[in-house]
Design a protein around this ligand. Structure first.
Ligand code: A3P
Length: 314
């Protein structure tokens, strides 16, 4: 079995070797089935795609990077586990662990392995809560066919862009200051070259999938910011764990919103100095948490360039 697995990973590595590659955003992105993906985790993406066994009861959170993955993970985890983890408890897991440690991103689970996970099946009891940055077309067939519940969060493109630009600058600047040129990054993003981009194709795939998938919920970062309580209720309804009238009266929804708020999560020690995936410093997941911060960074030309990106391609 292990030998089979290592052969399989070798095969994936060979495929990756043959893909178009660009050095950008301080890393290497490879074009795979229409999307620019992190070169170093592509074997993990392929293994996830080919081997993950979705269940009808799974809840899969999806978002293009920097559209609100961390927040949605925190909210979904708090909603789903509220019977065992009271949202106002001083020992709530989200106060001691980063949301990425509470909800696994599936492609990272399969990444960098010599042998395949025994199958994510063994990891948890149903309902399982997972996340992925993959576009709809790269979700494992078993997720779609099992009719697992899929939640997608999208964000205004210019905010996603600025958040990406800041994030990559921050993570590459931990040891030596690095400055990813803003203008160059706008050009790249607007030509579709960004982590899991083209951003507009990623978005369109989920939007279009809605017409054939009743088990898909589309959320937006901006609407979640504007009406958090309504959106948390919407998430719980969709996830199959609707809040009872008593819970609402007791303020459980408001407590979840407060627990998962940007200010509350950012100030936790684990999110100031802790590390999660690949030793990533958790503080990079909490930058500003605002809706219109892009206006502080982009020139009018950049705004036009980003707004018109992808026009006529969908
Ligand atoms: P900014 O860079 O605009 O601040 P992701 O989680 O997909 O990586 O997205 C990161 C973005 O979500 C960052 O945006 C980050 O600050 C913001 N974010 C993280 N936690 C949040 C929360 N609890 N509420 C609102 N925004 C949050």
């Amino acid at each position: 079995q292990t030998e089979e697995d290592s052969k399989m990973y070798k095969r994936y590595a060979e495929i990756v070797y043959s893909l178009p590659l660009v050095d950008s955003w301080g890393t290497k992105l490879a074009m795979y089935k229409g999307f620019w993906l992190l070169h170093e985790i592509l074997p993990g993406i392929m293994a996830f795609h080919d081997h993950f066994k979705g269940r009808r009861t799974d809840i899969i959170l999806t978002a293009i990077p920097k559209a609100g993955t961390t927040w949605t993970k925190a909210l979904a985890f708090a909603i789903l586990t509220r019977e065992v983890n009271h949202p106002s408890s001083p020992t709530h897991p989200l106060l001691g662990f980063n949301p990425h440690s509470c909800v696994t991103t599936l492609e990272y689970l399969y990444m960098g392995r010599e042998n395949l996970m025994p199958d994510a099946d063994v990891l948890k009891e149903s309902p399982r809560l997972f996340a992925t940055h993959m576009p709809f077309s790269l979700l494992p067939k078993s997720i779609v066919e099992s009719r697992a519940k899929i939640i997608n969060v999208s964000r205004e493109r210019k905010s996603t862009f600025v958040s990406n630009w800041k994030f990559f600058n921050d993570i590459w600047s931990e040891n030596v200051p690095k400055n990813l040129d803003l203008e160059k990054c706008v050009e790249l993003f607007a030509s579709g070259i960004s982590y899991c981009g083209p951003e507009w194709v990623h978005r369109a795939e989920y939007t279009n999938a809605l017409s054939t998938n009743s088990n898909l919920l589309l959320l937006s970062y901006e609407e979640m910011m504007e009406k958090p309580v309504e959106n948390v209720k919407k998430m719980a309804d969709f996830m199959g764990c609707r809040f009872t009238d008593d819970e609402v009266k007791l303020g459980i929804v408001d407590e979840i919103v407060k627990l998962c708020s940007f200010d509350n999560l950012k100030k936790q020690q684990v999110n100031k100095i802790g590390r999660s995936y690949s030793k990533m410093n958790n503080k990079h997941f909490f930058r500003k948490g605002e809706v219109n911060d892009w206006a502080n960074h982009l020139t009018p030309e950049m705004v036009i360039n980003l707004d018109k990106a992808g026009q006529g391609t969908n």
